[in-house]
Design a protein around this ligand. Structure first.
Ligand SMILES: Cc1cc2nc3c(=O)[nH]c(=O)nc-3n(C[C@H](O)[C@H](O)[C@H](O)COP(=O)(O)OP(=O)(O)OC[C@H]3O[C@@H](n4cnc5c(N)ncnc54)[C@H](O)[C@@H]3O)c2cc1C
Length: 381
């Protein structure tokens, strides 16, 4: 039977990044259901880094992840992990108030949105209809993330440090012994002192296998599609999002990547796009633009899995410290990945959070699952 100090369940970005961090000091095996890593949410994202997105703890994790994304650009990865991408939030007259409220929230989150009028927004995205767009807010601080290169960087870090990745190994049962866990998997049994549960939409399912209380995570389906645009239509080079999140789109290799920004509650599953969601996106985008979307070349969906308070849940379960949560990555699991991995590893090993995380204001009490458990007294901070 293969044995390691830590078994990480799930080879999405959360599991691979946490495993790469842990492998600096302990032996690690990552076990993954699918034949390849990043098959689920990680391989299906919009791949944006938005510093102001999400609740405060998420934003701190995003800020603390920036050095990783940028330093990999200095030669640690053969290709840059991030590149600048302006995001423009657009509103028609009916949603002008949403834009102003969104801009205020953006400011409170430490960002600044350049507010512009309809004609100025059409200079940036010529396909916006003059009789639709009333105003826009431009975010100059966002980045495009190369998710495949980011995942490859974490995976390389894991392997360099002697960590193992076992694909086609779905965990089917967890047995707690005196010194740790035996994982029954479809690829054979594995034993480990500690489990890190980085199973994305399945985090509560895996906790139940361990006999632990679920934390009430909610997987929500989001649809993305790529389709051709009308001849001569010009989407510009910004990522364009509706101020009230009714759609978003961006040019991609001559086509358009687009989404209705749906958030449909789902079971943990291999999410598939619903035709109605693609049709809704096409309708909304055609109403706002002259892009003339009619068909799709490809559509897919993924699950964004949220905790009850919207923040990530990282750290040992209070009922069993040898079971470590790494869940609730929601819509920000890519841009929080580097810092979330550092936090998960230090909390799993019973260490203090690294200075790089403390310096951005992160506290272990904001991350650990205790805050979500019934009867928890949060007056202790
Ligand atoms: C449409 C869409 C757009 C998004 N856009 C962005 C964005 O712009 N920026 C951003 O930062 N984030 C974005 N996200 C969110 C981001 O993709 C997720 O937060 C992140 O990928 C979650 O990573 P994960 O590793 O937790 O989950 P996953 O990638 O789903 O990985 C979990 C893994 O666990 C495995 N697993 C589950 N159960 C078991 C088991 N029993 N045994 C073994 N393995 C198991 C699964 O097979 C899976 O591979 C988006 C998501 C979607 C769907």
């Amino acid at each position: 039977m293969e044995t390691a100090d830590v078994a990480v369940i799930g080879a999405g970005i959360a599991g691979l990044s946490a495993a790469a961090e842990l492998a600096r000091s302990v032996s690690v095996i990552v076990v993954e259901t699918e034949a390849t890593p990043a098959h689920h949410a990680t391989g299906r994202s919009a791949a944006l880094y938005i510093p102001t997105y999400g609740p405060p703890t998420v934003r701190r994790l995003t800020a603390a992840s920036a050095p990783f994304f940028r330093s990999a650009n200095d030669g640690r990865s053969p290709t840059p992990l991030v590149s600048p991408r302006t995001v423009m939030y657009v509103a028609d007259e009916a949603h002008h108030d949403h834009l102003l409220a969104f801009a205020a929230g953006h400011g409170e989150a430490g960002g600044s949105l350049e507010l512009i009028d309809g004609p100025a927004s059409r200079a940036r995205c010529p396909a916006l209809r003059a009789d639709w767009v009333a105003a826009a807010g431009v975010d100059h601080d966002a980045l495009d993330i190369d998710v495949a290169a980011t995942v490859a960087t974490f995976r390389a870090g894991l392997v360099e440090r002697g960590g193992l990745l076992r694909t086609n190994h779905r965990v089917t049962a967890l047995d707690r012994g005196r010194n740790g866990w035996t994982l029954a998997t479809t690829g054979g049994p594995i034993s480990a002192g500690t489990i890190v549960n980085a199973s994305g939409a399945w985090v509560d399912v895996v906790a139940a296998m361990a006999g632990l209380a679920p934390l009430g995570f909610e997987p929500k389906r989001r649809t993305l599609a790529v389709g051709p645009i009308a001849a001569g239509a010009d989407p510009g080079d910004h990522f364009v999002a509706h101020a009230a999140m009714r759609f978003y789109f961006g040019a991609e290799h001559g086509d358009l990547l687009f989404s209705p920004a749906d958030e449909t509650l789902s079971e943990p599953t291999d999410a598939r796009p619903e035709e109605i969601d693609v049709a809704i996106a096409i309708d909304r985008i055609n109403e706002a633009t002259t892009l003339g979307l009619r068909s799709v070349r490809q559509a897919w969906a993924g699950l964004r899995t949220f905790s009850a308070d919207g923040d990530l849940v990282l750290g040992p379960d209070p009922a069993d410290p040898a079971f470590v949560w790494c869940g609730g990555q929601g819509g920000y699991g890519i841009h929080t990945s580097a810092a979330a991995a550092m936090a998960t590893a230090s909390l799993a090993l019973g260490e203090a959070l690294p200075a790089a995380l403390v310096d951005v204001g992160l506290r272990a009490s904001d991350l650990v699952p205790d805050r979500l458990l019934a009867g928890h007294d949060d007056s202790t901070g």
